[in-house]
Write a protein that binds this ligand. Structure first.
Ligand SMILES: [Zn+2]
Ligand SMILES: [Zn+2]
Length: 384
């Protein structure tokens, strides 16, 4: 089958203390410290064979994620920019949907023909964090498209326990093509859902929300807050096309933070009360957190989902005076997240498909990834 293969050289930076675990597993905990000179190529690879507990999925749609760009972009020394867990060579792509074409002998609740999406996090279910109910913090984590082959390919083999049926979306969208596109958006939507409703505990209808950073996660955050009854949603984003998308997805106000002072705008639009929920989806907390801390409502929440390997100056007094709290979030698994997102989509309360701004076939995937580096698109969809 055809697949996108990402390769890079294992060349740990001289000052990076490589652990025994990294040496044994070939997995880098901090990708940007280890992998150098990445290459991307669409080529012929072996079609995966399934284990008894897996299904084979014919990929129908796979979104390009910010991390896919960070695998390809390098610093001046040639190291990839992606900071997280990685093992190469592999096929990237982890926001996908497709049709089940083969079912392992031990699989009970999926059949050939089912439309599915899948979690990207292959949590083990046996480690202590998993057994304690925290699969997003699994100690034996594998990640589709990061440490094991992903979905910029014609087929992918996935454990049935990570798959979620999309059949309920057919009534809403009418045609399968659209269902698969919506299905491929479940993963980023689930990341936003985990941040806002699971980690931060959500908000009461009528709350004021400020979203910083309007990439796909920020857009999902806006749409989900709208669905959950936010009275006003204020978005901040530097890219003009993305500001337009923010409005389209439900933001009542959208500003370029270089043209306004965000905390002043939030205080003004909330009648001096501040925002009840602040979402950090920009990945620049040194810039966003100081704004958030000056526009906290009493009992406000700051939910952090954007990643940044930086420390942040924070005046904790503000959390005391404003009775506020900060929540860190990673992942999308467990806690009824995927099925809730699919229900929201099936009900019509959440439609993420307007964020798709370009479509490519598998032969165009390298071009799609390079295009996404402009950071002006909503979501770029690859359809093998
Ligand atoms: Zn992603
Ligand atoms: Zn685990």
């Amino acid at each position: 089958m055809k697949a996108l293969v990402l390769n890079a050289q294992w060349d740990p930076r001289p000052d990076y203390p490589l652990s025994d675990w990294e040496r044994e597993t070939g997995k880098a905990i901090s990708g940007y410290q280890v992998w150098r000179y990445p290459t991307l190529e669409v080529k012929e690879v072996e079609t995966p064979t399934i284990k008894p507990d897996q299904v084979l999925i014919k990929v129908k749609a796979c979104g390009v994620c910010g991390s896919d760009i960070h695998f390809y972009e390098t610093d001046e020394d040639g190291y990839i920019l992606y900071p997280g867990l990685t093992r190469f060579p592999t096929t990237t792509g982890h926001e996908f949907s497709g049709q089940v074409v083969e079912v392992g002998s031990a699989v009970q609740d999926l059949k050939v023909g089912d439309m599915v999406t899948a979690e990207e996090m292959i949590w083990c279910g046996y480690c202590t964090p998993c057994r304690n109910g925290f699969p997003n913090h699994c100690a034996n984590l594998e990640e589709i498209g990061f440490t094991i082959p992903g979905a910029f390919a014609e087929y992918i083999a996935v454990g049935a326990k990570y798959c979620w049926k999309l059949n309920a979306l057919l009534d809403r969208y009418g045609d399968e093509e659209k269902v698969y596109e919506a299905g491929a958006l479940c993963e980023p939507s689930s990341v936003a859902y985990n941040t806002i409703f699971v980690r931060a505990g959500g908000f009461r209808p009528g709350a004021y929300v400020a979203v910083y950073g309007v990439g796909p996660i920020g857009l999902a955050a806006i749409a989900e807050c709208k669905a959950a009854g936010a009275a006003k949603i204020i978005a901040f984003e530097v890219s003009a096309p993305r500001l337009e998308l923010a409005r389209k997805m439900g933001a009542d106000y959208a500003f370029n933070p270089k043209e306004v002072t965000p905390h002043e705008v939030v205080m003004e639009l909330t009648e001096g009360q501040g925002a009840d929920l602040h979402v950090e989806a920009a990945g620049v907390p040194p810039l966003t957190i100081p704004e958030m801390e000056q526009s906290l409502a009493i009992n406000a929440k700051i939910a952090v989902v954007g990643r940044a390997a930086q420390r942040v100056n924070m005046y904790l007094e503000m959390l005391q005076v404003r009775r506020s709290q900060v929540f860190g979030s990673q992942g999308h698994s467990g806690h009824a997240i995927f099925p809730s997102v699919i229900r929201l989509m099936a009900s019509g309360l959440l439609d993420m498909t307007p964020i798709i701004t370009s479509r490519y076939n598998l032969d165009g995937v390298v071009e799609a990834i390079i295009k996404s580096g402009d950071r002006t698109d909503g979501k770029i969809m690859v359809k093998p």
